[in-house]
Design a protein around this ligand. Structure first.
Ligand code: G3I
Length: 301
């Protein structure tokens, strides 16, 4: 394969990127995104504040722009994200208890209903666990009761039975970390009790605070053994060392249930951490050494 998407497809996988709707008018951006990737994740446009700025009034303008662009260009879409402690509109932040629980259910139904049949996988719940201790994050959703995560997944399954349903988080790449173990135990429990979950997204924002290590492959293998797909959903690596990008790619390729890799932006200046130059293309749109390392790893599979 001469592009990331084509090379990943050799082993039945996808290679995706986060897309920002505000950049779809930039031909330098769309040329690279259109050529290289076969999966797209809206970076911000499907979040709670974007899609339901006022309660019960859904706005899909920006997200539709991305989903339409993806369809026109033959790409699939990862939906990101339905329930998250961050990017919440004011009205939601002021709710609690059963009113908040109902708002969560209505939100999932509203957004998934609009995109029914058009989404490959949804990040149903994002970042529900705390760093360090591995306990549940103390969010407004968590304060509605421990069962909020499984309720979200059950509602999501009914809203679009064809979409894969993922739990997505960061700092769960290192197998020895408490947070990784907590998410693992939740997924294991969900599978045992038939709570509908199909995939786990490992964001994979690697940097000095969350350094990549070879144990990532163990993590992917152990989760996959629970009977879920694993996906690398928001990959970026501080400094974009080619060897680390190759190693991460190799970890996914080594795990049959690793469905694909998504990088969190196209060019370095598009990154939420642009100062880290963590992506595969530089500001001129040129391929970096990390790009070649990933492409070669995919083509070796
Ligand atoms: O669009 C508004 C603009 O109208 C306003 O004037 C401006 C002033 O702050 O903010 C703009 O919104 C920003 C938005 O990005 C769009 O650029 C938000 O402030 C900013 O917080 C938001 O950051 C995003 C962040 O999630 C929070 O939602 C990043 O772009 C996005 O890369 C980042 O992505 C997250 C994943 O969703 C979940 N995992 C971690 C990852 C990195 O933080």
């Amino acid at each position: 394969g001469t592009t990331l998407g084509a090379a990943a497809a050799r082993s039945g996988r996808y290679f995706g990127t986060a897309i920002n709707a505000s950049k779809l008018g930039d031909p330098a951006y769309t040329t690279i995104a259109g050529r290289e990737f076969d999966m797209v994740t809206p970076e911000n446009e499907m979040k709670l504040d974007a899609t339901e700025p006022r309660q019960g009034q859904f706005v899909f303008t920006a997200a539709d722009r991305i989903v339409d662009w993806a369809a026109e260009n033959g790409k699939r879409v990862r939906g990101h994200t339905l329930v998250w402690h961050s990017a919440q509109p004011q009205w939601l932040q002021s709710l609690s208890g059963s009113a908040l629980r109902q708002a969560m259910v209505d939100h999932i139904n509203g957004v998934m209903g609009h995109y029914k049949g058009r989404i490959y996988a949804w990040d149903v719940v994002d970042e529900a666990f705390a760093d360090g201790t591995g306990g549940r994050r103390n969010s407004n959703f968590q304060r509605t009761g421990d069962d909020w995560i499984e309720v979200a997944f059950r509602v999501a399954r009914a809203a679009d039975p064809d979409a894969r349903l993922c739990y997505n988080d960061y700092n769960i790449e290192n197998w020895t970390w408490a947070k990784t173990q907590s998410v693992y135990n939740m997924v294991k429990d969900f599978k045992q009790r038939a709570v509908p979950i199909d995939c786990v997204g490992f964001q994979s924002h690697f940097n000095s605070g969350n350094p990549y290590d070879a144990g990532f492959r163990t993590t992917l293998q152990n989760f996959a053994a629970l009977g879920v797909d694993v996906q690398i959903t928001e990959l970026d690596i501080q400094g974009a060392p080619a060897a680390t990008y190759a190693a991460v790619t190799g970890d996914c390729l080594a795990v049959p249930r690793c469905a694909g890799i998504t990088v969190w932006g196209v060019r370095d200046p598009d990154s939420w951490r642009s100062g880290d130059v963590p992506l595969l293309f530089d500001g001129n749109g040129d391929k970096k050494p990390a790009y070649t390392a990933v492409l070669d790893a995919l083509n070796a599979a």
